[in-house]
Design a protein around this ligand. Structure first.
Ligand code: ZN
Length: 183
């Protein structure tokens, strides 16, 4: 079975989470998460009472009364530097100016790995220079030091509500983005 999830993360790739336990408390108060349980040796959280309002499932999601029943949430704590969080479904990102595809994106990514603060992606079509986070990853990848993973949700099945994104922005002082991860 393929691993799939929505990854929510701050748009600023250098943003850090000062206190993970406060974030967990916040997500519990919001109703996104419920009690924790061990999953593959890590603490995951069951969907909270408001999960199905904070994450909007498409009507095609099996017609279940509670489509989030099999979902679980994981808080990826702060890494020492920004990580590329995409996986098997990543497609070439687009130039933010002309929307040309970076077909050689994996070469760029290797260069970026070596110089995350300063590496610029130069568009082969228009010559624009962009940082990794300025590229349009088409909701298939993202770069961050911490993230909130909503497991067992695939592309087209659901999306985070604006309420959830705004609550996270208000809590952290950062804008938030999301993408669909599939391994
Ligand atoms: Zn371009």
């Amino acid at each position: 079975m393929a691993d799939k999830k929505i990854v929510l993360h701050p748009a600023n790739p250098w943003a850090i989470l000062q206190d993970p336990s406060l974030m967990i408390e916040f997500l519990q108060d919001l109703g996104l998460i419920g009690p924790s349980f061990p999953h593959m040796g890590e603490p995951h959280y069951k969907p909270g009472p408001r999960f199905d309002e904070l994450v909007r499932f498409s009507t095609g999601a099996g017609g279940l009364a509670r489509p989030s029943a099999g979902c679980h949430v994981f808080l990826l704590e702060t890494s020492s530097e920004p990580l590329f969080l995409g996986a098997g479904n990543v497609q070439p990102p687009l130039c933010p100016r002309c929307r040309a595809k970076f077909m050689n994106w994996s070469d760029h990514l290797l260069s970026w790995q070596k110089n995350k603060r300063q590496y610029l992606w130069t568009c082969g079509n228009c010559g624009n220079n962009a940082t990794a986070q300025e590229l349009n990853w088409r909701r298939m990848a993202g770069i961050a030091r911490y993230a909130i993973d909503l497991w067992e949700i695939g592309e087209g099945e659901a999306e985070p509500s604006s309420e959830l994104l705004q609550a996270l922005a208000h809590k952290t002082g950062e804008n938030w983005r999301y993408f669909y991860y599939r391994f």
